[in-house]
Structures are given as C-alpha cells and as structure tokens.
Design a protein around this ligand. Structure first.
Ligand code: CUO
Length: 621
C-alpha cells in the first residue's frame, strides 16, 4: 500500500467524528475489551485522571498493533465504540509515535473538531447557509464571543487564535502526561522541564500581548478561595449538543466529585516545602535532591503531574486537577449534568483568561525553585573571545516591524456532516506580521573557527505605567524568538537569519484538502507541534511599542546534546517541542539565561557575547 493510500485511510478514520451514532458497536477484538467506559457525547478531558487512564490504555493498544493493517482494524473498532474525544486523543498519540506511521499525518485538530475552535453561532450560521444554498461554496464570518464591556475581550485575537490552540493540543500529544517510557520503549527527554518552559513562554507571550493592548500584566492566580472573573466561551460541543460551560463573574473553586480544595492546598504546600528544603521525598520515602541539572524536570513531573512523578500519592496532581476544577466551577458536583468549561481540554483551554493566570501560578512555583539555585555570574555567561557587536532587524523600516490582522478560513465539512459536497468554511481574523530578518554582527577574536549557539529573545521595555522594567521583572516576559547553531570564522562574522526559520515556530501546516493530495514523502507529523508562525512576535501598538531584542552567543560544543541535528524528522519547532526520539538538543537550562533571578540591571548583566537593541513593533489596524 502506498503512503498516499495509507494517508487516505487515516483521513477516513477521523472523518465526521462529530456525528458518530450514540449507539455503539462493541469491538470483536479482545484487545479492546478493557476500553469503552467513558460514554459517547461526554467531553473528554486530557487532564482528568480517569479519562486519561482509559485513553492511555487505548493508545498503548493501538501503539502495540503488529502492523499498519492491524492498527487500522483496531482503530476502526475503537472509533465505533469509545468516546469521540478520547478516541481522537488516543489514536493521535498512537499515530504520532508508531514507526509505520512516520510519514502519515493526523488531520489538524481544528478540522476534526471545528466546534472547539469557532463560536457556535458561526457554525449554526454556516449550517443554515449550506442548507439554503446547497449548490455553492459557503464562507461565513466568525461571530465575536464578547464585546469591549469586558476588558479582556481585547485579547481574544490571542486567546482564540486557531493556531495557538492547535499548538497546545499537539504539544500535549507529543508529551502525553501518562507517557510511560518502559512500555512505549522510548524516553521523552526533559519532559517535566519542557512542560515548565513551554507554558512559561505562553504566559510571557500573553503578558507581552496585554502590554501591547495597553492592559496590565495578568494577576497570577494564588488563592484557592478567590472569586474569579467571568468567561463565556460560545462553544457548543457537537458530540452532545451541550455548550461548554460559562463561568459567571465571582464564582470560586469548589470541591468536585474527584478532588477537593483541601487536597489541592496540601499538594501545593508539600511541593513548596520540597523546594525550600531542596529535595523531594520519593514513593519509597527517600530524599531526592532538586539539583541544578534535574530539579526543574523532577518538579515538572510532580506538578503536572505526569507518569514520571516520583511520588504521585504524596504530591498529587496539582496542575491537572486545577484544570478540571476550573472547568467544573459552575456545576462542581455534577447535579445539573452540565458540560465542563474550556479549561477541561488542551485544544480549548487557552481561550479562557484564567488559563494564563493559573499557569502563572504554576510558573511562580517553579520560580521559587529557580530562586534557590545560584544566580549566573559573569563567568557562567561569558563565551570567551566572542563579541556580539550589534543586532538589527531588517524589515521595510529598520528595527521596526509592522503587525496587522489577516483573514484565514477554517473548513467545517471534514469534521461536521453538513450534507453538502461543497466547501463550507468560517472566515476568521488573526494577527500576522511583515517578513523580516535579523542581522547579527559578531567578532570572533579567538583566532580559530568556533561553533556557537545563537539565542534570541524579545522583551517589552516598559511596564503598564511606562516605567522601565527592571531586568529581573523583564526576564519573566522575555519570549524566545529563535535559537540556532552557527559556525564562526576567525574575525568578523555577519549572521543573517530569516524569521521563517525560527526554531520556535511551525512553518508548514496542512489542511485536510492538502493532505488528500499529499504524496507522504515529506516530513513527519511531529511538525504539528509548534508555535504558529503568524504569532512569532507580539502585536505591539499603534505608536510603535518599544522592545529589547536580546542576542547571546554561547559555546555550541558545550551546549549541544546531539552529535548532529537529526535528519528525516521534523525539527521545525525544537525550542518548544523538542525533537522526536532524540534528546532535547540544548543542554542549557530551558529559558537560559533568563531562567534564574537576576540581581543586576541590563548594562551590568551583559557580557561581550551578548547585546541588546531597541526594536519597535507597530500595529496597523
Ligand atoms: Cu498545557 Cu495546563 O498544561 O495546559
């Protein structure tokens, strides 16, 4: 069977999942006898322990199928029997990791479940148009989910961005919380640390957007009894017809059927105690030191919590249950049989402002740990003999990048059966920016060739009051723009880097229509994890918002965890997603050099192998 034929079978597997019958067909294959607990129509949550357990059982079964035909046979039976969302999650994890699926791509999650990505009003509108005009292609505008009476509405372009939400879904597919290396046969290198870093960056990016919109940085969640902001997602789950729950203003967390506030508070205290003592207690009662190299990784596994947690009984699952609790806030004991809110799932949770406040709360715990580590000295930071002379951004106007809103369309008919053979899509607006390159001028004064890692970050210069941000505050807002390897010749070097090559973003995303034509001889699906290219830089403001562009060169021979960059696998977005089946390529702590507290101001912090330049971002409405 050709790759193209296999790809077609994969596309058929996920086709019209929103209209599967409620009546289920029991599997004939005994391997599937243990799954099928979560009913059809229930919203699957990849943060909910019991949901995840069943999904894990299923992805292990699918992963273990002896060949592609066996896999397809099992997957089809599972599709006819298990919960729709659970099936999608498990089958996606299996396809992403099976050797014989290396060249196959799972359709984009936004086309499998468009109802998680565009407002219910838009879908109803499109469906009516499709009925009334059955002989033509339909495009409707996405309906807004609020208005300016809610100050947070200004940020919907970020929170509801299709690519940003898809990235988050794919990240959690690439790094499943339940990943068990002993069963799956491969390690996920520094998974706990990447959980910390990728989410820290999402929060930093969100705060950059807030400052761009003239808003205050977010107030981190910290008090389990606090009254929360309201939020209405305008999403309706088509597998049940129930809307995702809204959260009226002023509600606060309550015990649910699965987890209590007392447990959450106890877990937080235990984690903080471990941080302050410098070690955790593992499940055999032994102390495990939170050392420089592994501390963040160990904590990440405990806080998420993932299968790698060294003591899930004692430290619980603070982050995952937090998502579930937030999502259950207006029907905590389930008496109204309501759907949970968007926080219950990775493909929808970024829509809710509480997501960022909650993840900043999580990040603050990591920061308490970082505070216990030694702060970088000049000697730590120096790359002897390497001098970064300047960095500039080449766009239409030097050191000024323009952002704007652009239209894209989301096709509905793959995910939703609208009874037409024509295209039916929803047009939405998203942020984008003009193309640009970085020009970095470097002197290599060592007299010999050198290999260097270039680290590029962007951070806002001023706080919400217009005061210059102190570096120790600014470091929490620095977003990674790129990280790459260069070879330096002795003497002067000029490095030109296109923004499209950035190692935080994903460059190629295929629609279902493109996948149908795909020969399959291209790169791997792992590419689906990655920050969307159109969101690489913050929006900025109409005047031209001022940012610091930071560049640092470090010694690649000391940094690199790999002998060479692996070929044939997607290495598109390695900073946020790592490289499949390989070690995380950079040995430095993730977020280096801004991962630890800084006691000095920027001038004193800079060693010759770093520089900072003024850059403006101007939003053209
Ligand atoms: Cu990705 Cu909380 O882990 O959303």
């Amino acid at each position: 069977m050709t790759v193209k034929e296999q790809q077609k079978r994969i596309l058929d597997l996920f086709h019209h999942l929103t209209s599967l019958p409620k009546e289920r067909t029991p599997p004939t294959d005994d391997r599937l006898k243990g799954v099928g607990h979560l009913e059809r129509g229930v919203l699957f949550s990849c943060f909910h322990e019991t949901h995840l357990e069943e999904a894990t059982d299923l992805y292990k079964i699918l992963y273990g199928a002896k060949d592609f035909d066996d896999f397809m046979g099992l997957a089809k039976q599972a599709r006819d029997f298990v919960n729709e969302g659970l099936f999608t999650y498990a089958a996606t994890v299996a396809i992403t990791h099976r050797e014989d699926c290396r060249k196959l791509k799972v359709p984009p999650i936004q086309e499998i479940f468009p109802d998680r990505f565009v407002s219910a009003e838009s879908i109803v509108h499109a469906a009516k148009e499709a009925i009334n005009q059955p002989d033509q292609d339909i495009v409707v505008e996405r309906e807004e989910t609020g208005n300016i009476l809610d100050p947070e509405h200004s940020l919907t372009y970020f929170r509801e961005d299709v690519g940003v939400n898809a990235h988050h879904w794919h990240w959690h597919i690439a790094y499943p919380a339940t990943w068990d290396a002993s069963v799956m046969g491969r390690e996920k290198d520094r998974k706990g640390e990447l959980f910390y870093y990728m989410h820290q960056q999402m929060c930093a990016r969100y705060d950059c957007e807030r400052l761009s919109c003239g808003m205050q940085r977010m107030t981190p969640f910290h008090n389990f009894h606090e009254e929360l902001e309201g939020y209405s997602p305008h999403l309706t789950s088509l597998i049940s017809g129930l809307h995702y729950a809204s959260r009226p203003e002023g509600f606060s967390l309550e015990d649910t059927e699965d987890v209590s506030l007392v447990e959450m508070i106890r877990w937080r205290e235990r984690i903080l105690t471990a941080i302050h003592l410098g070690h955790i207690i593992d499940d055999e009662g032994k102390d495990v030191k939170l050392d420089d190299e592994h501390g963040t990784d160990i904590l990440g596994a405990i806080i998420e919590a993932s299968h790698d947690s060294k003591n899930p009984f004692y430290y619980g699952s603070l982050h995952n249950w937090g998502h579930v609790m937030m999502a259950a806030i207006q029907d905590p004991d389930g008496r109204f049989k309501e759907n949970p809110g968007v926080m219950s799932d990775t493909s929808t949770s970024l829509r809710d402002p509480i997501f960022y406040r909650y993840h900043r709360f999580v990040d603050n715990i990591f920061q308490q740990y970082k505070d216990t580590l030694h702060h970088y000295t000049k000697d730590d930071l120096l790359f002897s003999g390497i001098e970064v002379v300047s960095v500039a951004v080449n766009a239409k106007v030097q050191d000024l990048v323009t952002t704007f809103m652009k239209d894209s369309e989301l096709e509905l008919t793959y995910g939703i059966n609208l009874g037409t053979t024509h295209s039916v899509s929803v047009r939405y607006h998203h942020l984008d920016h003009e193309p640009f390159t970085f020009n970095i001028s470097v002197n290599n004064n060592t007299g010999e060739a050198k290999e260097a890692t270039v680290r590029m970050f962007l951070g806002p210069k001023f706080d919400e009051l217009g005061n210059r941000l102190h570096l120790d505050e600014q470091r929490r807002l620095y977003i990674e723009l790129d990280k790459f390897h260069v070879s330096l010749t002795p003497g002067k070097n000029s490095i030109v880097r296109d923004h499209r090559d950035s190692n935080v973003t994903i460059s190629k995303l295929r629609t279902v229509a493109q996948l149908r034509e795909d020969s399959g001889e291209d790169d791997h699906y792992y590419c689906s994890c990655g920050w969307p290219e159109h969101m690489l830089i913050p929006r900025g403001n109409h005047r031209g918002m001022e940012f610091d562009l930071f560049v640092m060169l470090t010694d690649y021979t000391a940094d690199s965890a790999l002998d060479s960059t692996p070929e044939g696998v997607c290495v598109d977005s390695l900073s946020y997603c790592g490289i499949k089946d390989h070690k995380y390529p950079d040995k430095k702590p993730m977020g280096y050099p801004f991962d630890r507290p800084i006691d000095v101001d920027i001038e004193e912090f800079l060693t010759p192998n770093m520089t900072v330049a003024d850059v403006k971002i101007k939003f053209r409405d």
